[in-house]
Design a protein around this ligand. Structure first.
Ligand code: NOJ
Length: 526
């Protein structure tokens, strides 16, 4: 995956498009929309869980890792999706959730019932809760990481919800199950996986063998993936300090990519302050062993905007700017709003944040719906606020389903309602958010220099992010004004050197003007 021509598009299969009118999004529904995704400029589809699950954690509470939730499709529809994607040059990445299972998983149920079952060692049991300082991931919903199980007669450990017991990766059979599950999906043509909750998996592996702090587990998984494909993708979810990314990558011999929480958090700090100067420090914090091409970054995803990579003071700045009310916040650390409402639904401001995301050298992810500015439903619990159906057109149920009863209704009425805000309407407008983001993605494809590490340049204005990319003798200058005011800048090396590749403003025809409008952006080449 090369950063300048890779765009990962994250889809929740339950919410994208229902192809058979029964009210749930389906895999065939995604196949129906592949032309749209190719038109937009996506090159990789990241599918959120579509497995049989307990339905209590967006599908991450898996009950059978190799079985497709019958509401969403079957093996044939999965094959159709992968083949149709391939024909359009799109790759499919699926979820590998091996840190925990649902408590309804047959492994757990067998483990509960019989201390001598081979499945007992798949999970972590204790007679008394272990006091090792481990904190629950979802406070205050969960108050601890141990739960008494009356059937098993012991406590089991769960970092996430109590209905998601942790798998014991120190047990060799559990690691073999992980490899078996990987083979299952790789054989069906997936390009690789987004691997859930990596540090917690590694922590357990270290119990079996402390070498590399347990990161040998990733090497084992990587080798398995390489047996099936020469260029597999293993994108790890690891909400850790930037300086540690390299140890999880080992030049692609462990994970091939890491999800870049550090950048995600600092982008919001920059937006909150309307001051881009922070980015120089942010980018300096990665080691050389975590190059931009191995980092995957996003603005919003399927979860809360988890701000743990910021200091308490910085987090407060972001909260004050984007989630001032308690009901907009979650788990004492994050924001449960979607991108568009946080940015006042302003297409110029939202496209500017995308221009910034695309101007940092790493591989970007778009969450489905963010390209049109879908809103949120804050009355839904926890992270469900940001999980509403895709808005395709202004007709019944936003085109999410043609049937009578969507399992979840699309946002209706008002500024973010599907009647006004939808793909069809925005495709027809040249200055819609969708058209702007598409222009950025298509321009980016031709700017190979954007795959290189950016070098921040001083344009004499803290409100403007400016970075120079150099590649094969060509140069690209990315300029992004993160502030609500027009800004003057001093172009490096003289303005006559540059031509406009892409600009947000029609009045940016001449780089010599050296002025960016409010939330303006431009890519200039030389
Ligand atoms: C990360 C997923 O993105 C999140 O939605 C889920 O709750 C946790 N992993 C646990 O699987």
């Amino acid at each position: 995956m090369r950063p300048h021509d890779t765009v990962i598009y994250q889809i929740d299969p339950r919410l994208f498009r229902d192809a058979n009118g029964h009210g749930w999004g389906t895999l065939d529904g995604i196949t129906e929309k592949l032309d749209y995704l190719a038109w937009l400029g996506a090159t990789v589809i990241w599918l959120l869980p579509f497995y049989r699950s307990g339905d209590r954690d967006g599908g991450y509470d898996v009950v059978d890792h190799c079985a497709i939730d019958p509401r969403l499709g079957d093996e044939a529809s999965f094959d159709r999706l992968v083949r149709a994607a391939e024909r359009r040059g799109l790759r499919v990445v699926t979820e590998l959730v091996m840190q925990h299972t649902s408590d309804r998983h047959p492994w757990f149920q067998a483990a509960q019932r019989d201390r001598k079952s081979p499945y007992r060692d798949y999970y972590i049991w204790r007679d008394q809760p272990e006091a090792d300082g481990s904190k629950p991931i979802f406070p205050p919903i969960e108050s601890g990481v141990w739960r008494w199980d009356a059937i098993a007669g012991q406590y089991y450990r769960h970092r996430f919800y109590a209905h998601e017991p942790d798998l014991e990766l120190a047990t060799p059979q559990v690691r073999e199950e992980a490899r078996r599950i990987m083979r299952h999906w790789l054989d069906r043509g997936v390009a690789g996986f987004r691997v859930d909750a990596i540090p917690y998996m590694v922590e357990r592996a270290a119990r079996a063998d402390p070498e590399d702090g347990g990161r040998w587990l990733l090497r084992e998984m990587n080798a398995e993936a390489r047996r099936a494909r020469s260029d597999p993708v293993l994108i790890g979810e690891a909400d850790i300090a930037a300086g540690e990314y390299g140890t999880y990558l080992d030049d692609g011999r462990r994970l091939t990519h890491v999800l870049d929480f550090h950048l995600n958090n600092h982008l919001f700090l920059v937006l909150a302050r309307q001051d881009a100067s922070e980015l120089a420090r942010t980018l300096a914090e990665y080691g050389e062993d975590a190059p931009a091409a191995r980092r995957v970054a996003w603005l919003r995803n399927n979860d809360e905007l988890d701000l743990e990579q910021l200091s308490p003071e910085e987090r407060k700045e972001v909260m004050d700017a984007f989630a001032p009310e308690p009901w907009m916040q979650l788990y004492h650390r994050g924001i449960r709003r979607r991108l568009a409402p946080m940015l006042d639904g302003d297409p110029q401001r939202i496209s500017m944040t995308h221009a910034l995301l695309f101007s940092l050298g790493q591989i970007p992810v778009l969450r489905f719906g963010d390209e049109i500015g879908v809103g949120d439903e804050l009355e839904f619990p926890e992270r469900e606020s940001g999980r509403t159906p895709m808005q395709w057109h202004a007709g019944t149920h936003a085109g999410f389903t043609d049937g009578p009863a969507p399992w979840r209704k699309p946002i209706a009425g008002g500024r973010y309602g599907y009647e006004r805000l939808n793909v069809r309407a925005q495709r027809q407008q040249n200055d819609s958010l969708l058209s702007r983001i598409r222009r950025l993605l298509h321009a980016r494809r031709h700017c190979e220099a954007l795959s290189q590490a950016p070098r921040i340049v001083d344009v004499g204005n803290r409100a403007v992010f400016a970075a120079l990319f150099e590649h094969n003798g060509s140069r690209l200058l990315a300029l992004v004004n993160v502030s609500a005011d027009a800004q003057r800048i001093a172009l490096p090396g003289g303005s006559g050197d540059f031509q406009v590749e892409l600009a947000s403003d029609v009045d940016f025809p001449d780089p010599a003007s050296a002025r960016l409008s409010a939330y303006g952006y431009a890519w200039l080449s030389a």
